[in-house]
Design a binder for this molecule. Structure first.
Ligand code: 5GP
Length: 198
């Protein structure tokens, strides 16, 4: 009934996935989307990778030991998880379900394997691919971060080539050539999905 605050009347939130190569700018676009768009939350991933300088437990990631991560996998706590560049990353099912049940849309910033898995489980999710303007620009960005070793940069570039080949499987490809422009496009895509579907 209109006006009732019963839990059954709360519109379920939707999942918006940001996938694409490491260094394409997913993290920056995610931060912008969260500050620009109302009722949008972010699911903080778990990872077995070591924190980078400045990263905070529970804000950037939940940093878990391999043992703890694998235990959570066995207990079925992850909506999706994947081995990315040699480390495990995963999205906790409980976090996502709590937010969507409360009517909030949830942004997931995950790799292409995770995105594929979520699409199978949650077919009405919106899959957005964040692409760098070119592999040369991607390489320059990864080096510019100053946080990765040569080996890690090489691995991330190799993976980027494979990930880029899958961009066509996505609902929308957003090329992060200019942050303001790409952030504006992301915002309008999310707002228009909301308008069209609900
Ligand atoms: P980074 O180590 O640079 O923070 O992340 C490496 C890659 O792992 C990025 O492509 C990032 O989007 C992805 N990633 C982060 N969290 C998750 C997650 O929960 N699941 C999956 N499948 N990938 C993730």
């Amino acid at each position: 009934m209109m006006g009732s605050a019963g839990a059954d009347n709360v519109r379920k939130g939707r999942l918006f996935i940001l996938a694409g190569p490491s260094g394409a700018g997913k993290g920056t676009l995610r931060t912008r989307a969260l500050s620009d768009i109302e009722d949008l939350t972010y699911s903080i991933s778990c990872t077995t990778r070591a924190p980078r300088p400045g990263e905070r437990e529970g804000a950037d990631y939940r940093f878990l030991s391999r043992e703890d991560f694998e235990d959570r996998v066995k207990r079925g706590l992850f909506l999706e998880h994947a081995l990315v560049h040699g480390n495990l990353y995963g999205t906790l099912r409980g976090d996502v379900e709590r937010e969507t049940a409360a009517g909030r849309d949830v942004l997931l910033e995950i790799d292409v394997q995770g995105a594929e898995c979520v699409r199978r489980l949650v077919p009405d999710c919106v899959m957005l691919f964040i692409a760098p303007p070119s592999l040369e620009v991607l390489e320059a960005r990864l080096r510019g971060r100053g946080t990765e070793s040569e080996e890690t940069i090489g691995l991330r570039l190799e993976n980027a080539k494979k990930e880029m080949a899958r961009a066509a499987e996505y609902d929308r490809v957003i090329v992060n050539d200019d942050l303001e422009r790409a952030a504006g496009e992301l915002r309008s895509v999310i707002l228009s999905c909301r308008e069209k579907n609900w």
